[in-house]
Design a binder for this molecule. Structure first.
Ligand SMILES: [Zn+2]
Length: 239
């Protein structure tokens, strides 16, 4: 089983961005979706993994609902959930100003105890033709549970499922067997979508920069570098 420490330096982005394997990863323009459901396990997942896609969908007129499973209260020794939820709302307003937000408030780090509740809540959003969720193989328990629940909902609606890795870029490297290269698609991250994502990321002050907390930020510069490629990467499952 893969485990990781977010405080480790992690794999340098250059190791990923210079990999020759990208040449065989197809592009997708993510067009043609009427309704999309985006799932975040914690505030910031949606922006890191799919911020530019969110902005792109919104610009294309897709009706977007974002479901926030937990408020991320366990990021630091002190509960910062109020701050993180406020940051989440600021971020998504910069990505998809007219989106609908579903704030579930399930416990951070214990999503596995509430998987059925999460699935019901996702299903209650209603029919959708695109589901975007954390990648199940991310080696993070909450991401796996959110991805599993989202995958079942996507299957029941016959929706396309796009799973976004977050921590994979930190703990793996391009040659690791866990990297799902054959399933990857990439969506361009440029122009207004890229700018919207950068603006949304800046809203997450508690995660990206040192604060009055005595701990280092969860997202250090080396980790953030993985999300500034010219594309966002998803594992695609068609219905
Ligand atoms: Zn997360």
């Amino acid at each position: 089983m893969v485990t990781f420490d977010h405080r480790d330096p992690g794999t340098p982005e250059a190791a990923w961005s210079t990999s020759s394997r990208w040449a065989s990863v197809p592009w997708s323009d993510a067009r043609g979706f009427g309704r999309a459901l985006i799932v975040a396990a914690h505030p910031d997942d949606e922006t890191l993994g799919a911020g530019a896609l969110l902005a792109r969908l919104h610009r294309a007129g897709t009706r977007v609902t974002i479901a926030l499973a937990t408020r991320g209260e366990r990021a630091y020794a002190t509960d910062t959930s109020m701050t993180r939820v406020a940051e989440f709302h600021a971020a998504v307003s910069r990505l998809a100003p007219e989106c609908t937000v579903v704030d579930l408030g399930l416990p951070d780090g214990a999503l596995h105890e509430h998987e059925r509740m999460l699935e019901r809540a996702l299903r209650a959003v209603g029919h959708t033709d695109l589901v975007v969720a954390p990648w199940r193989g991310d080696a993070h328990g909450d991401h796996r549970v959110a991805g599993d629940a989202a995958a079942r909902v996507a299957a029941s609606y016959g929706a396309v499922l796009l799973e976004y890795p977050v921590w994979l870029w930190h703990w793996a490297d391009p040659d690791r067997a866990e990297v799902p290269w054959p399933g990857f698609v990439r969506v361009p991250q440029s122009g207004p979508d890229r700018r919207a994502k950068e603006s949304a990321l800046a809203a997450y002050a508690s995660q990206v920069s040192a604060s009055d907390l005595s701990e280092p930020p969860v997202l250090h510069a080396g980790m953030l570098a993985h999300f500034s490629r010219d594309w966002e990467t998803f594992v695609r499952s068609a219905p």
